[in-house]
Write a protein that binds this ligand. Sequence first.
Ligand SMILES: [Zn+2]
Length: 378
Amino acid sequence: MRPSKSTSKSRGNETVSVLRFRLEPTKEQEQKLFRTFFLCRKLYNQALEDRVMSYREKGITIHYTDQQNRLPVWKREHPEYQEVHSQVLQNVLQRLDQAFVNFFEKRAKFPKFKNKFMFRSITYPQARDTYFHDNQVYLPKIGWVRMRAHLPFDPASVKIINVKFHDGKWYVNLTSVTKTIAPRTETCKSVGIDLGLLSLVATSDGEFFENPKWLQKSEKRLKRMQRQLSRKKKGSKNRQKAKHKLQGVHDHVANQRKDHLHKISRSLVDRYDLICMEDLQVKEMMKNHRLAKSIGNASWGKLATYLEYKAKNAGKHLIKVPPHYTSQRCSGGCGTIVKKNLSVRLHQCPTCGLEIDRDVNAAINILHRGLEIRHQAS
Ligand SMILES: [Zn+2]
């Protein structure tokens, strides 16, 4: 098996592609994976026997849904199944069902009981984009596993994760589904965007995208729960419970935030052909440490990523410009540097008299810089 093999095929207006990367589990993770194979194989054989016996003794054909409904009972009878993620167990039953479908449609022989050499892969059928971070993939019940990702991919498009052991090596297959986008009509419009804390995004057209109230509320709730957790006794049951609950809310808020950033980036890419933004790596170096602690940074980075691939998919352009003086310089054409600290919301130019929101002023400067860069490149 070759790593980073990529296959893709189109299906209606969707493209399904599979990327294969090498996995590098630790010794401990490897043990857990082998144990998972063992338990999945046990379930597969048990479910197969269940189908065969039911047909032989009662003449009743059992289907996938019947077996899925029986899963909780099997889990009670064999508590060791709890060690395996529930979706992985469901997938085992789906595999068996597929084996029967293949048999009934005369594409394969009657399903066989599997020995340990025949069961060397597991599938997580509902991947999330939060399962990927820094060349690692999160396999529920196994942990964060190192992954040699040679090719770039969009974590949000990954729907299925399949882990395989072959010839003494570990592999992960990532199945992505992306919408095939119809070519858009050009809008011939350009925009500059300024990323801030007060407003998440301000555009050179004077539009603002705020963090919505419900998101602020969720974030407040998260902070409150963090404080409550810190007051609970270390190692106590209550602390464990609170920790678990906190993780749930944390994931929920992260997803809400992402949804919101997806909406903003979609709205901008739909309406503009050229989007200019600040180069965040440089902005990062300029940042002041109190601001750095803010949630802003994480959101900015995500928004930049979303804009980048959405623009690319839609055949549009994203230009990153150096952020120096974008908030101080007057965008009215006079170029005067108007110093102002963060509390000053209005840009007032003593030279040309321009009065404009400080973030919109910055966004216009960013647009001008982007257009300059574009002009020089062509
Ligand atoms: Zn001016």
